[in-house]
Design a protein around this ligand. Structure first.
Ligand code: S3P
Length: 429
């Protein structure tokens, strides 16, 4: 499917974003680990979170879906049943990695696979420490790639320093750690998103953070909750924050967005670039900070440097930050972002390849991008590379080109933001 995008004057209006994808996956998984029925409100209904839901159903979890709420009948840590079918994580790395952690603790056999893109993404980062905990896992290239065959047992506690910046790895290990008889310790020097830690805290697990980097999970854990409320996804909001900030005029108010500090790098970077962003109505849902955001257009933006500790805070926003850099004055440098090559597509390659079609001056580095901003750019015919965030970042760039653009393969937005183009149409003028 392709879509045509015309240049705009302003982004104007009030809107909400779909539920946070990371929190939605965790709400589904952790609700199924409680011993009661949990109501989840605001769940992201998109292909990735449906992959998690379908896998949980294959594992014997029953759900009742109403319009705004989904009720998950938790069965406790040991209530899953051996799946008859192969579990399919689709395009979702979060589903694949978190469920590998969960399945490692189950006393039965399961097979987990995914789509063409996911079957190329690295899994050893989770299978290697899970094998150390005692799980039996086989997969291509010694457990590097899906499909994985997993046979779990009572696991051994682990003390593990994350070798890569990955919240998915940290979360898989914390879930597996619930199936051990002792205390596990995870050291996360990168400060990746901490939704799993917050969810476990909300559910009453004995989890503690010592200093900035050290997480301790003590057993036994009995998880309990009646409700999860999912805030809007700041990674979905990022496209509109950038569009509203780049627009010559207009004001955009986004209600109810998750502002977990491990995810708000996008706000910090845009403010550093000169954007006018304000935060209102701070509140909390299930240990997650939430607020409304206001962005005003018409401010000139300037280039920035994004590197080091900042990278994990903006890991999903780099494609759209590259777009912001493209229309800002001066140079934007992104470094230390080699993990982007291992996402739904090689995002450093796909974003630079596509933006060059507009005449953009972008240099691709092994671990980042150098973008020369502020030149006039023409519309182009873009490819999404089957990657939802690339499709949405290119759509954002197309709003500020000198002529109209066509984006091919836009059906991929169903992965995280099925209504993206409807929301954009409502706000772009
Ligand atoms: C996610 C963690 C990040 C992120 C992904 C969602 C999560 O991946 O890019 O979109 O929900 O834990 P990594 O853990 O591979 O960095």
């Amino acid at each position: 499917m392709e879509i045509t995008i015309k240049p705009i004057e302003k982004i104007e209006g009030q809107t909400r974003m779909p539920g946070d994808k990371s929190i939605s996956h965790r709400a589904l998984i952790f609700s199924s680990l409680t011993e009661n029925t949990v109501e989840i409100e605001g769940l992201l209904k998109a292909s990735d979170t449906l992959s998690t839901l379908n896998c949980l159903k294959e594992l014997g979890i029953e759900c009742e879906e109403k319009e705004k709420v989904i009720k998950v009948n938790g069965k406790g840590l040991r209530g899953f049943t051996e799946p008859v079918n192969v579990l399919d994580a689709g395009n979702s790395g979060t589903t694949a990695r978190l469920l590998t952690g969960l399945l490692s603790g189950q006393p039965f056999h399961s097979i987990l696979t995914g789509d063409d893109s996911l079957r190329k993404r690295p899994m050893k980062r989770v299978t290697e420490p899970l094998k150390r905990m005692g799980a039996l896992i086989n997969g291509r290239k010694n457990g590097e790639f899906l499909p994985l065959s997993i046979r779990g047992y009572d696991l051994l506690p682990i003390r593990y320093t994350l070798p890569v910046a990955s919240a998915q790895v940290k979360s898989a290990l914390l879930i597996a750690a619930l199936y051990t008889g002792g205390n596990s310790e995870i050291i996360d020097h990168y400060q990746t998103r901490d939704h799993t830690e917050r969810a476990l805290q909300y559910l009453g697990a004995n989890i503690e953070k010592i200093g900035k980097h050290h997480i301790v999970l003590k057993n036994p854990a009995k998880l309990q909750a009646e409700r999860f409320q999912i805030p809007g996804d700041i990674s979905a909001a990022a496209f509109f924050l950038v569009a509203a900030a780049l627009a010559p005029a207009g004001e955009l108010y986004i209600e109810e967005v998750g502002i977990n500090p491990s995810r708000t790098g996008i706000l910090d970077v845009l403010k550093e670039m000169g954007a006018d962003i304000r935060i209102y109505n701070r509140r909390e849902y299930n240990c997650e900070p939430v607020a409304d955001l206001l962005v005003k257009g018409g401010r000139p933006l300037k280039g920035v440097e994004i590197r080091g500790e900042m990278i994990p805070q903006v890991v999903d926003e780099i494609p759209v930050l590259a777009v912001a850099g493209l229309f800002a004055r001066g140079e934007t440098v992104i470094q230390g972002a080699e993990e982007l090559r291992l996402k739904e597509s090689d995002r450093l390659r796909s974003i630079s390849l596509e933006l060059k079609k507009m005449g953009a001056l972008i240099e691709e580095l092994p671990d980042g991008l150098i973008i020369q901003g502020g030149t006039k750019l023409s519309g182009a015919e873009f490819e999404s590379h089957g990657d939802h965030r690339i499709a949405m970042a290119l759509s954002t760039a197309a709003l500020f080109a000198e002529s109209e653009s066509v984006i091919k393969g836009v059906e991929t937005v169903r992965i995280s933001f099925p209504d993206f183009f409807e929301v954009l149409n409502g706000l772009a003028h």
